[in-house]
Design a protein around this ligand. Structure first.
Ligand code: ZN
Length: 241
């Protein structure tokens, strides 16, 4: 039986039978994978403690009939301090769920892994949760090809120092074109600088506008992504009928 070694963070756990679980793991080298952890729900399970949510482990996987099986694991970073508050746990779950929705199982995900690990690490080190969430959103979307335009008006390409952020158009509008999206949010010069800087390191804190833009932009892309998945599912099932 072939054994493979990989490293990754547990982003989802689902009960399979009375004793087993299916784990979704985000790895740096194999993308998002789903594996079966046998017997892990029994009270004295050998691997139980290693397979908690958000654990960063190295795994030994054995080839299974459908999904691979966890044959062994040891922890690289337990990230247990994520459990320090309800809000930090909720932020970590938001990160895990968002990644699960946006990343396909066959997709290359080394950059995504890096963004997720840095975000979870910062949560476990008591960083500002709004800043971490905003950094995660802007950087994950940028890595998936949805980098917001923050330097020029998305309509006329005029350079900008302030303007209106459009979720729909994926960037900033100037006064002349702000009516292209009536839902666009006004962004001051200071806020725009803050938005541009968030592509780098996780900031110590962010203004409410940045948090609002990160969350709104993410919602828009996740929504679009889910709709296209539904559309694909409909088209495919149509072919099968
Ligand atoms: Zn313009």
């Amino acid at each position: 039986m072939a054994i493979i070694k990989t490293k990754g963070i547990i982003i989802k756990r689902v009960n399979l039978s009375e004793a087993d679980k299916i784990l979704t793991i985000l790895t740096a080298d194999r993308g998002k994978i789903r594996v079966v952890a046998r017997g892990v729900r029994k009270p004295k399970a050998k691997l139980g403690g290693f397979l908690e949510m958000f654990r960063y482990n190295e795994y030994l996987l054995a080839e299974g009939r459908n999904l691979d099986l966890v044959a062994g694991a040891y922890t690289i970073d337990n990230l247990v301090s994520i459990g320090q508050s309800l809000r930090s746990v909720a932020t970590a779950y938001y990160i895990a769920e968002t990644v699960d929705k946006l990343i396909e199982e066959t997709q290359e995900a080394s950059k995504t892994f890096e963004i997720v690990y840095r975000s979870l690490k910062a949560i476990s080190q008591s960083g500002d949760l709004d800043a971490i969430k905003g950094w995660f959103e802007i950087n994950l979307l940028a890595s998936l090809g949805f980098r917001p335009e923050l330097n020029r008006c998305v309509e006329c390409r005029a350079p900008l120092e302030e303007g209106w952020f459009s979720f729909e158009l994926g960037g900033i509008l100037d006064a002349q074109h702000r009516n292209s999206d009536l839902a666009a949010l006004p962004v001051s010069a200071v806020e725009l600088l803050e938005l541009r800087a968030i592509g780098g390191n996780i900031p110590k804190q962010v203004s409410p506008k940045i948090a609002q833009i990160g969350a709104g932009f993410m919602e828009q892309i996740v929504d679009r992504n889910l709709k296209s998945k539904e559309f694909l599912a409909e088209v495919t099932s149509g072919f099968l009928e």
